[in-house]
Design a protein around this ligand. Structure first.
Ligand SMILES: Cc1ncc(COP(=O)(O)O)c(C=O)c1O
Length: 436
């Protein structure tokens, strides 16, 4: 990834000096580059408009990073949003995001979440179980509405970054399998409901995918199934292919530019047009749900280097003031990152170190064997591509406060998530009378 460095050798993010940001807002700090977020939203939207005649919508996958400002940006760029919980939907609604442009996922939405979604006039609910269809039908009838729904299906395509596999059986907690007839049975079930309007199908084949053909293969399989469903009397109007487009984290990953993401869209839309022609289907309204690729590379986390511990012949640990409470991805998936010293971004790397967090957990690591110039206590460290699935997976583990997030635009930085305080962390604690 092209790294912007100023004359002082400092990393620049969205026109702001990262060291100055760390000084002003403290560390750890999530920094988001607004121009990059908007640029990716525009890339997807304009490619879909161009390649598919505007017969579709890009829905920002909230789970990658959800806060009020993100919905403001998505709305101003003409995107819809997907949510996977009442909390994400509440955040969207509170930001003034049009509920009709929101689609709700989840393999086990609670009754409260479904009621909340209907009471706030959510656009679409993606059904993931028969019981959910039954409950939603009753809730919609009680409210005298007919709710638009999609059915989540497993087309038998699983993508794994650079390749995809076709599987006859899908072992997943999500969706209805096409191969064993469950998807068709669910379609019939939903079509029989008076207060649900069957709109089409949703699938999501994986994440951090670089192989364009994976999406084309999924689209092709779903369209084969849509032809079968049509034959059985259930014509789908909407095809939602989920998200999953990959991003650059470190030198193992390809660096994708706008033209590569446009090529993803073109490959998928070309296949949909070809396949619909072959099967005699009308072109479905196409929805895509990118999350990571919209916000991932736009995010950087800044830390201050603290303790440095060298174990001769084994490794050098450079500890920072964050850790798995604000970036759990190494602990969860052994994810790799690119690490820099923000104040010495132009310097040559002279050693490989393990960047450790401050949690009381040996697995609390941010990066292993990260090439760096010799880090000193007090250096500001930057970990790149942390925009997706970091803040959204943050916790108060060890009672560490979740760090704030700032949005940078033309060198100006503003909070989009304010710092959490110790008081915030005990706000919902309670002491039973007998312990007082
Ligand atoms: C249903 C659904 N849509 C969209 C996404 C977003 O995927 P990504 O962030 O990889 O683009 C996910 C991620 O898990 C998902 O489960």
């Amino acid at each position: 990834m092209k790294i912007d460095v100023n004359g002082r050798g400092h990393l620049m993010i969205g026109g702001a000096d990262a060291v100055e940001l760390a000084k002003r807002f403290g560390t750890p700090l999530y920094v988001f580059d607004e121009a990059r977020i908007r640029n990716m939203m525009r890339v997807y939207k304009s490619a879909l408009d161009r390649e598919y005649g505007g017969h579709g919508k890009v829905l920002y996958a909230s789970k990658a990073f959800s806060c009020l400002a993100m919905y403001k940006i998505a709305q101003s760029e003409g995107l819809g949003a997907d949510v996977v919980s009442g909390g994400e939907f509440y955040t969207a609604v509170s930001a003034g995001f049009p509920a009709c442009d929101v689609c709700m996922h989840g393999n086990n939405k609670t009754l409260e979440e479904l009621k909340y979604a209907l009471d706030n006039k959510i656009g679409t609910v993606v059904l993931d179980s028969q019981i959910e269809a039954d409950v939603l039908d009753v809730l919609a009838a009680e409210r005298n509405i007919v709710q638009d729904v999609l059915i989540r299906i497993n087309p038998g395509v699983e993508a794994h970054t650079h390749e995809y596999v076709q599987t006859a059986k899908t072992d997943s907690k999500f969706g209805f399998s096409v191969s064993d007839g469950a998807a068709l049975r669910m379609t019939a079930h939903v079509a029989g409901k008076n207060s649900l309007r069957f709109m089409g199908y949703h699938c999501h084949i994986g994440s951090q995918i670089f192989e364009k053909q994976s999406f084309a293969a999924a689209a092709s399989k779903v369209l084969d199934f849509m032809a079968i469903a049509k034959h059985a009397g259930y014509e789908a109007e909407v095809l939602n292919l989920g998200g999953g487009f990959g991003v650059w984290y470190n030198s193992d990953d390809p660096e994708l530019g706008a033209s590569d993401y446009e090529a993803f869209i073109k490959t998928v839309t070309d296949e949909i047009k070809r396949k619909c022609g072959e099967l005699g289907l009308k072109l479905p309204y196409l929805e895509l749900e990118p999350g990571r690729s919209i916000v991932g590379e736009a995010g950087t986390t800044l830390y201050t280097v603290g303790a440095i511990k060298e174990i001769p012949g084994i490794r050098k640990y450079v500890a920072v003031d964050g850790g798995m409470f604000e970036n759990p991805r190494y602990a969860l998936y052994k994810s790799k990152y690119t690490v820099l010293l923000a104040g010495r971004a132009g310097e040559k790397c002279t050693e490989k170190v393990t960047v450790a967090g401050k949690c009381c957990e040996s697995g609390d690591i941010i990066a292993v064997d990260a090439p760096l110039p010799e880090a000193m206590t007090g250096d500001i460290m930057a970990v790149l591509t942390t925009g997706a699935y970091n803040y959204s997976m943050a916790s108060n583990y060890n009672r560490n406060p979740v760090p704030p997030a700032v949005l940078v635009c033309d060198g100006e930085a503003d909070y989009i998530v304010k710092p959490q305080t110790y008081e915030d962390m005990i706000r919902n604690d309670a002491i039973p009378e007998r312990l007082k």
